[in-house]
Design a protein around this ligand. Structure first.
Ligand SMILES: [Zn+2]
Ligand SMILES: [Zn+2]
Length: 141
């Protein structure tokens, strides 16, 4: 079966037999154990308002891993007022995607602008190319 191939675990780098996950069984177990800890802690009514930092401290699970749980939707960030992870660009606390709304807007605007600038550059370049060819033709004569 092609699904049973040897791969390096993305977490610990050890070779493992790839089936359903990107990591080896040991890492998978560790992540599941971490998830249970985080899930149990946040489900406690008294901890509903915990931040990512507090949650990480209380469960000894890295903030990055908890952020992954939220991003993957395993922990539903919208249910917990203070729980989120930093926007990859400005650090604002967000609960889904990788960028906050304003960074996303800014980013897509920038992409649009770059696209437009490229188009503009193409349009500026075209007549010059034509002129260049014309010049060459004249030179050849
Ligand atoms: Zn591993
Ligand atoms: Zn942002």
């Amino acid at each position: 079966m092609h699904s049973n191939q040897l791969e390096n675990c993305v977490l610990c780098g050890r070779l493992y037999l790839k089936s359903y996950t990107d990591f080896c069984l040991d890492c998978y177990k560790e992540i599941e154990a971490d998830f249970k800890k985080v899930d149990a802690f946040i489900k406690d009514e008294a901890n509903r308002e915990a931040t990512l930092e507090e949650l990480s401290e209380a469960t000894e699970v890295s903030e990055k891993r908890i952020a992954d749980f939220i991003r993957e939707g395993r922990i539903y960030g919208e249910d917990f007022p203070n729980l989120g992870y930093p926007c990859a660009h400005c650090g604002t606390v967000i609960k889904r995607q990788v960028l906050c709304d304003s960074c996303y807007d800014q980013f897509s605007e920038e992409v649009n602008r770059t696209l437009k600038r490229d188009q503009l550059a193409d349009e500026i370049r075209k007549p010059q190319q034509r002129a260049g060819k014309y010049w060459q033709v004249k030179q050849d004569k």
